[in-house]
Structure formats: structure tokens, C-alpha cells
Design a protein around this ligand. Structure first.
Ligand SMILES: [Mg+2]
Length: 292
């Protein structure tokens, strides 16, 4: 790790050298802002890559194809915790996450890059209250198709309860179906036992519905206990091998997520340099001598 720290400082010094060497007309950012561009490619991929648009559409086309089979099979449940329960006669539902699953918050990520800052709750809530998030490609067609088939569409989000109303308005303005009869926007802290782990909310929905599909961008949108190291997360994926692409559909999110937290042991308060060093240390080069 010591060797790695030296490497990082050398990279930083090199960036500073290049910046000082440029003419004022072409100089864009001082070396101190090098960390702010760390998410640059990830945000640009979501905002400009045709491949992202295609991947999101592909996920939702697959989801829609699965709906009829799921509807016709009374033994089908997409909630792994529901296995063995008596759910055949319950009304049907699908569970979707909100952020980076049905709503695209990449403009907020772009602001973080341009303003050289990390995630913080206050500017995040300010963005949510702007109600400007656009629909993720394919999400609108899928949720409307589900609602048209009489399937209840639940949005289980880790947005806090205090921003539920602007979230509902943003979803409605984009055209997402929101059930008039029951609360289908289930926010974090809305009930005492609804924490960041979505298991209790999955259970809430599954107690009253047969859940046909779960759709999300984060491992925690499907299973509990995801705040563990990358190897243990991989084990969770393998343990549920029968669900992926069949009952669980994952959207790509290279910008943030529990995958990112796992690289820093979920110590989000670490200094940027420390986070970056841990991430560099997680890179795999397959060099036989183990050097970077
Ligand atoms: Mg999400």
C-alpha cells in the first residue's frame, strides 16, 4: 500500500506538471481538481453512449417479454424470501427501484464532476426537489405495459421519506403509472422498520402481492446484506443464479452504487486520497510478480 501511495502522488504531480505547462488558453483545471474528474467517463457513458441507451432498452424489453409467462404461472415469485409462501391467489405486482432504474439522475452526477465534489445529502435533495430527472430509456413503456395488464407497479426507493412528494411529482410528470388505490412509492424511513436495506419493504409488498419481477441497478434492489466485500457480493449473485435475467433484471450504473462502497469498506467519510488509494489497490493486472 505504501508503494501505491507513492504511485498516486506521482500521478498527481504529473497532472500538475501538464497543467502548469499549458498555455492559459488551453488550461482547463488546476491539479487540485484532478479528483473531480474521477467519475467523468462514467457520467459521460450514461449521458452520451448509444450503448447505454441500448443496454437500458434491452433490459426493459426482456422484462416485458417475461411478464406474460410470469402472469400465467401461479407458482412464480420474484421475491426470494417469498419462496414457500401461499401467494398464488394474491394480486400481482412488479417492484422497481427509482434512481438509475426508472429516473436518470446523471445531471446531478455531472454537477458533482464539474463542481469537483462528492455526494452529499443537501445538494442531492435540492436536485430531487427540482423534479427534473428524465425517464431511463425503456422504463416508461415497461411500467405502462405492466399497469395495462392489471399489474401493480411498486417503486421501492432509498430516497428519504422527506422527499417523497417531489419524487411522486417527478415520476407522474414523466408519465409513470402511480396507483391511486394504495401507496406504491415506498421511501426510506416512511415506516419505522423501513431502513436502507430494502428487505422489509420487499416483505411488505410480498405479503399482499405475488411479485412477478424485480428491476434495479443495485444488488440491494434484489437481496439483503449487500454491504459486504466484493467477493461476498459475487457469492450473493451466484447464490441467486436462477433469478438473473428471469425474475430479476439489472440496469447498468457505472456512476455509483454499493459496488463502489464495497471498494472502500463502505467508509464514505474517508479522505479522497484514501478512497482513491483503495480503488487503485483493487485493480487487477494479472502480472505474475504482483506489481502494478
Ligand atoms: Mg438505484
Amino acid at each position: 500500500m505504501k508503494k501505491l501511495a507513492v504511485g498516486v502522488s506521482m500521478v498527481t504531480a504529473a497532472i500538475g506538471f501538464v497543467a502548469w505547462g499549458q498555455s492559459p488558453a488551453t488550461e482547463t483545471a488546476p491539479a487540485a481538481h484532478a479528483y473531480g474528474t474521477e467519475n467523468l467517463n462514467a457520467v459521460l457513458w450514461v449521458q452520451t453512449a448509444a450503448e447505454y441507451q441500448a443496454a437500458a432498452r434491452q433490459a426493459y424489453v426482456l422484462a416485458e417479454m417475461l411478464l406474460d409467462e410470469a402472469l400465467a404461472d401461479p407458482t412464480w415469485s420474484a421475491v426470494s424470501e417469498q419462496a414457500g409462501a401461499d401467494f398464488a391467489d394474491l394480486p400481482t405486482a412488479v417492484i422497481l427501484d427509482v434512481d438509475e432504474t426508472v429516473l436518470d439522475n446523471s445531471p446531478n452526477q455531472a454537477r458533482q464532476v464539474l463542481e469537483d465534489r462528492d455526494f452529499a445529502t443537501e445538494p442531492w435533495h435540492a436536485w430531487v426537489r427540482e423534479e427534473k430527472a428524465n425517464a431511463v430509456p425503456g422504463a416508461l413503456a415497461f411500467t405502462r405495459a405492466a399497469a395495462d395488464k392489471g399489474i401493480r407497479v411498486f417503486y421501492v426507493t432509498n430516497r428519504r421519506h422527506q422527499v417523497e412528494e417531489p419524487t411522486r411529482r417527478n415520476l407522474a410528470a414523466q408519465g409513470f403509472p402511480i396507483d391511486a388505490a394504495v401507496d406504491t412509492v415506498l421511501t426510506r424511513d416512511e415506516q419505522a422498520d423501513w431502513g436502507g436495506d430494502k428487505g422489509s419493504r420487499r416483505a411488505h409488498v410480498a405479503a399482499r402481492h405475488r411479485v412477478l419481477l424485480q428491476i434495479g441497478d443495485n444488488l440491494g434492489d434484489f437481496v439483503s446484506g449487500v454491504n459486504v466485500d466484493p467477493a461476498a457480493r459475487e457469492t450473493l449473485v451466484e447464490r441467486h443464479a436462477d433469478y438473473w435475467g428471469r425474475k430479476w433484471i439489472v440496469l447498468p450504473n457505472p456512476q455509483y452504487g454499493s459496488w463502489d462502497g464495497a471498494l472502500i469498506d463502505f467508509q464514505y467519510g474517508l479522505a479522497r486520497e484514501a478512497k482513491r488509494a483503495r480503488k487503485l489497490g483493487a485493480l487487477e493486472t494479472l502480472r505474475e510478480d504482483g506489481s502494478e
